[in-house]
Design a protein around this ligand. Structure first.
Ligand SMILES: [Zn+2]
Length: 487
């Protein structure tokens, strides 16, 4: 039998050939997920389609990991190493956008939609997974691949539960593909820790005109908490951010609100800093409750660690990016990108002509991703693949306009090749796995992972259910008739 390292190049070629041969299936999968446009925890069609594709190709699929009905864990192969790929496929509320045009036009008025590209993330992951599985068979590669579908990233939900419940305990290296306009991999602390919390105040209802003295106004408590939080801002450490929406403020003006609530996000560079900010906010909430004669309860919706990417894993991904290279964009694609940039009032630089050179460590940004928890448990790499348009802001209508065009397809296919190639590197070269582990240990130092979510907390199954149920019937008219077939 040939030693595994000798199999690297042919096995990698095998995956790339598979992906090229299945470019139409990639596009169909990508576009189907786009038109499903499913919100977090309601990704039923998206998850079912991907599970069916994986099962058909011999993966054993768990369709309910950690109680997530729209999550999945698909396994193929056995033994070491164990390489996991995880990504998200949720859309956002009110982000419905017709693709392929350079003006804001909804597919279904008011409906959810993809305006970042998590549909491409998932198409990239599934296509790579199928390609790797074929190469594993063809070249009898030892090891296991674990494909993890992660619901509701937009509300930072699922992966902390997976990590808490041990899904990554035996993983050697984890990889996360995510759409961008660049082709690159980076390393270091790149995204923030976050805690998402409801503060629910309870008071006592009373007739607002006849007997206001009998009332204990929960909305007053929300407002006093807000004032307190505004005062706190001056004293926050640099790098900490917080933002909120008021989710309930009473029923009608002639009833003193007995119940009112506010939903806060706290973010910062470390879990400790975010936890401290949360504790200060709780004290302010208690103070507001005391001033108004109300009670306050908190409920954690989500809590995530900052994302930490392992340098040695980033190097392996980057070598594969260099080998695959930037897609060649046509004049039409460049023209569309410039028109869209103009419509979004951004500089009209078109699509990037080349991959981004390797550099780092990255500068930590204030946004978060629920894969942060994975990154403190096992060595993790992030692949940024070029399937959207430079300078277009995510969650803006313009970030949805390219997501079923040839730009998304070519960028996603290039991403799938890099992802498959990276996994083949790990399956065929044990020294790379060792390097990843050593590099990871040096990065985390003496930090010990502990879940930030409550240990007994179940997934929020009904999250977004009402919203999705309202729009799904109208959106179904746009579901594609032809589903992907990989061969
Ligand atoms: Zn995202």
């Amino acid at each position: 039998m040939t030693p595994p390292a000798k199999k690297t190049a042919p096995a990698k070629r095998h995956t790339h050939n598979f992906i090229d041969r299945n470019d139409e299936a990639f596009a169909r999968l990508n576009d189907a997920l786009f038109y499903f446009g499913e919100l977090g925890m309601q990704e039923h069609r998206s998850a079912a389609l991907m599970c069916d594709l994986l099962e058909k190709e011999g993966f054993s699929v768990d369709r309910n990991p950690s109680g997530f009905e729209t999550g999945f864990v698909a396994r193929y192969g056995s033994g070491r190493p164990l390489i996991a790929i995880h990504t998200e496929y949720d859309a956002n509320p009110t982000n419905s956008q017709q693709p392929g045009i350079d003006e804001q036009r909804e597919i279904v008025a008011g409906a959810p939609g993809h305006c970042e590209g998590h549909n491409v993330n998932a198409a990239c992951m599934i296509t790579a997974a199928l390609a790797i599985r074929h190469a594993m068979d063809e070249y009898r590669l030892p090891g296991e691949i674990r494909i993890v579908g992660a619901p509701a990233e937009e509300q930072l939900i699922s992966r902390p539960y997976y990590v808490r419940d041990g899904l990554f305990d035996d993983v050697d290296v984890a990889l996360h593909p995510h759409i961008l306009d660049e082709f690159r991999s980076d390393f270091g602390l790149i995204q923030a820790a976050a805690i998402s919390v409801d503060f629910v105040f309870s008071g006592r209802a009373a007739h607002a005109a006849v007997a206001p003295w009998d009332g204990r106004d929960a909305l007053d408590a929300v407002i006093l908490m807000d004032n307190g939080m505004a005062q706190l801002r001056e004293h926050m450490m640099p790098g900490l951010t917080m933002h909120r929406v008021m989710t309930h403020g009473g029923e009608q003006p002639n009833i003193i609100p007995a119940r009112a609530s506010v939903w806060w996000y706290f973010r910062g560079p470390t879990t400790e800093s975010v936890d401290l900010l949360f504790q200060r906010a709780k004290e302010i909430a208690e103070g507001a409750a005391m001033m108004t004669g109300c009670r306050v309860e908190t409920a954690i919706r989500a809590a995530v660690w900052p994302v930490l990417l392992t340098p040695k894993v980033a190097e392996v991904i980057q070598r594969n990016i260099e080998a695959v290279g930037m897609p060649e964009w046509t004049a039409d694609e460049q023209d569309f990108a410039r028109r869209l940039q103009k419509a979004a009032e951004k500089s009209q630089i078109g699509l990037r002509p080349a991959i981004t050179p390797f550099a780092g460590p990255a500068r930590q940004i204030s946004a978060s991703n629920d894969c942060g928890d994975v990154s403190w448990k096992v060595p993790m790499g992030r692949l940024w693949f070029p399937a959207n348009i430079p300078h277009i802001p995510f969650h803006h209508w313009s970030a949805g306009a390219a997501l079923t065009t040839s730009i998304a397809h070519k960028g996603g296919i290039a991403g799938a090749k890099v992802l498959a190639g990276t996994v083949i590197d790990y399956l065929t070269d044990p020294t790379l796995v060792e390097e990843a582990q050593t590099s990871f240990r040096a990065e985390i130092g003496d930090t010990v992972y502990r879940p930030l979510i409550p240990l007994d907390q179940p997934p929020p199954r009904s999250l977004n259910a009402e919203l999705m149920d309202r729009y799904r019937p109208a959106m179904e008219a746009f579901y594609p008739a032809q589903l992907p077939v990989f061969t």
